[in-house]
Design a protein around this ligand. Structure first.
Ligand SMILES: [Zn+2]
Length: 194
């Protein structure tokens, strides 16, 4: 999987504050049909409102890095939170309203207002999520939707079809298990090679 760098310059929506600990990976729709990585990125840069993600995946499955994983983005902050947010982040983070300091945000592009994702977007999202969880040594259980954190209607398609989101999470878990198995196998092979 290739990740293209589309990094935002530092500014209002990339304030370069650190991510303390990854407690949730939050999935979004870009809420703007048939647009690509730079459309949303440039809107974030203009900074009319607070908003940014770490990654955007377009409808062709291209993955753009907008903000580095060790810096926070503005994608799931709120004054009110859903019950799942407390389970993922812990009561202290919810009380302090600092969910953005403990999460990564991924924005998924979509062709129309139903918000349904393309095959290409989902394939890249499966790989990207498994890759991030593998590197951070976390489980697929920390994947959430924006609506599970703050109640916002995002991503629309998964809010209307929650079983599809659950199937997505399960699939990420299966890819993650395979990645870990390959890594273990490689370590075992070392004895014969070194
Ligand atoms: Zn969202």
């Amino acid at each position: 999987m290739t990740i293209e760098n589309h990094l935002m310059p530092p500014g209002k929506n990339r304030d370069q504050r650190p991510i303390h600990d990854l407690r949730s990976m939050v999935m979004h729709w870009v809420e703007n049909p048939n647009t690509g990585i730079d459309h949303t990125r440039n809107w974030f840069i203009r900074g009319e409102v607070f908003g940014s993600y770490h990654y955007i995946i377009d409808i062709q499955g291209r993955v753009g890095r907008i903000i580095p994983e060790n810096e926070r983005a503005f994608h799931c902050g709120s004054r009110v939170y859903e019950p799942r947010a407390t389970k993922l982040f812990g009561a202290d983070v919810i009380r302090a309203m600092t969910t953005n300091n403990f999460s990564l945000g991924i924005g998924l592009c979509h062709p129309d207002w139903t918000g349904k994702f393309t095959r290409e977007t989902i394939i890249s999202a499966l790989k990207l999520c498994a890759d991030i969880l593998y590197r951070h040594n976390k489980s697929e259980g920390i994947i959430s939707t924006h609506y599970e954190i703050t109640g916002k209607n995002c991503p629309r398609y998964w809010q209307n079809n929650h079983a599809k989101f659950e199937a997505f999470v399960k699939s990420v878990g299966q890819i993650l298990a395979k990645k870990r198995a390959i890594s273990l196998e490689a370590e075992k092979m070392l004895a014969q090679i070194l």
